[in-house]
Structures are given as C-alpha cells and as structure tokens.
Design a protein around this ligand. Structure first.
Ligand SMILES: Nc1ncnc2c1ncn2[C@@H]1O[C@H](COP(=O)(O)OP(=O)(O)OP(=O)(O)O)[C@@H](O)[C@H]1O
Length: 211
C-alpha cells in the first residue's frame, strides 16, 4: 500500500526500503526523538521528504491532492485537540470538515461506550480529563471511516485496563473492515498484542529493515 524508497528527512529519518501492507497494523516502536511522528506526518503529506519517495497505491504521495488524501489517510496527532462545544460536535467535526454525512446520536453513544467513556453527548468537551479528551479525539478519527489510520500514541494517557479495552475494540474494527493502521506506541505490551508487524526505529534508521 505504502512503499518507501531511499527516503531521507533532515538527519532525522533515513529509510532505504519499507513497505506498509494493506489491511495490517504496523507498529512503529522506538525511543523518544527517533522520528516516529515524523514518519507519520510524511505518510499524510504533512511533511515532504528531502530525498526519496513514498508511493501510495503505486502513485507518488506528492501527486495526490492533500485534501483528498487526508480523507482516506487520517491522522491522529499526539496532542488531542478539543474545539469549543459539546462532545457531539467534537466527535463529528472531522465529518463536517471533510463533507461526510453526520451520524446519528445513537451511533455516537455506542462509540462512547466502546471507548469506555461514560459521558453524555451534550457535555462540554473542554471540561474532560486528558485521557477523556484523548478518547474523543480518537473517536473523531474512527468516525472518519478512513482507509488508513495514522495514530500517534492514541492511548498514552489511559490507564492500562482502559487502554486494553479501547485497543481491543479499535483493532477488531480494523480487522472487520479490512482497514490499515500505522501505530506509534511506547507500550511494548500494545505493540506485541495488536501489531501484525513491529518496525523498530533503530533498525529502520540503520537500514536493516527491507520489507
Ligand atoms: N521540522 C523539524 N525540523 C527539525 N527537527 C525536527 C522537526 N520535526 C521534528 N524534529 C526533531 O526530530 C526528532 C524526531 O522527532 P519525532 O517527533 O519524529 O520523534 P518521535 O520518535 O515521534 O518522538 P516521541 O516518541 O518523543 O514522540 C526530534 O529530535 C525532533 O526535535
């Protein structure tokens, strides 16, 4: 699905060859500052490599319209962004921005349950705790029904039990719908449990990873 070839970004990321397979969960694992978020941003066309290329379905990523690309390759950044307003509008704002149909309250309520959030849709999103905001931002991205999910530590603020339940739900969804995900995590447990493949950053930058 994504094929990376001879990629260089500053002195941060250097990848000789890497393929990210469709329908699989690929986990980027490695120390802080090793370039994981930088790779996610390049896969979403938010950053452009200095050298080399990223192909998406055999076409250079740079040849896609960023707006169209980001409808099917969605990104969840490390910091959950909350907009003014209630939980409902914070969940559906991605759909609004991208011109997709808004979903019914019943669907949103079901999603909140799956995310272990026992909150009402009318509640103020800015009053939520850090871990709750993180799950709203995660839910917002899940609702996009995208082809590819780029997730930067989506459960870092959650306690272990909640993290497991949320990841279990999300990875089941990915498998059932045959979606693709690239997941950055600092949790060895999450990587081992949910990834189809773990890419270790030190090996990647040492150019030992080839496929
Ligand atoms: N646009 C940029 N220009 C210069 N340096 C940058 C840029 N973006 C990131 N960096 C640096 O590149 C390195 C890798 O950053 P990145 O955020 O990709 O790491 P990471 O592996 O995701 O880290 P963490 O696990 O802490 O989130 C860091 O040292 C960061 O300061």
């Amino acid at each position: 699905m994504f094929t990376i070839h001879n990629l260089q970004y500053k002195d941060i990321v250097s990848i000789e060859q890497l393929e990210i397979k469709e329908g699989k969960i690929t986990c980027l694992f490695g120390e802080s500052g090793s370039g994981k978020s930088t790779i996610l941003k390049m896969l979403n066309n938010m950053l452009t490599p200095d050298h080399g290329e990223i192909m998406y379905y055999n076409k250079n990523l740079l040849d896609y319209s960023p707006i169209e690309l980001r409808k099917e390759v969605v990104m969840l950044g490390q910091e959950p962004i909350m907009f003014e307003g209630d939980i409902r509008s914070n969940l559906t704002i991605g759909l609004t921005f991208s011109g997709k149909d808004i979903v019914e309250d019943m669907v949103l309520e079901e999603l909140l349950k799956k995310l272990q959030l026992h909150k009402g849709l009318d509640e103020d999103a800015n009053q939520l705790s850090g871990g709750e905001k993180q799950r709203i931002a995660f839910g917002r991205v899940i609702l996009m029904n995208a082809n590819v999910y780029l997730l930067d530590e989506p459960t870092s603020a959650l306690d272990e039990d909640t993290e497991q339940l949320v990841m279990q739900y999300f990875t089941n969804y990915l498998k059932e719908e045959k979606k693709t995900a690239v997941l950055v995590t600092h949790s060895k447990d999450v990587a081992k449990k949910y990834a189809d493949r773990i890419v270790y950053m030190h090996e990647l930058n040492d150019k030992k990873v080839t496929s």
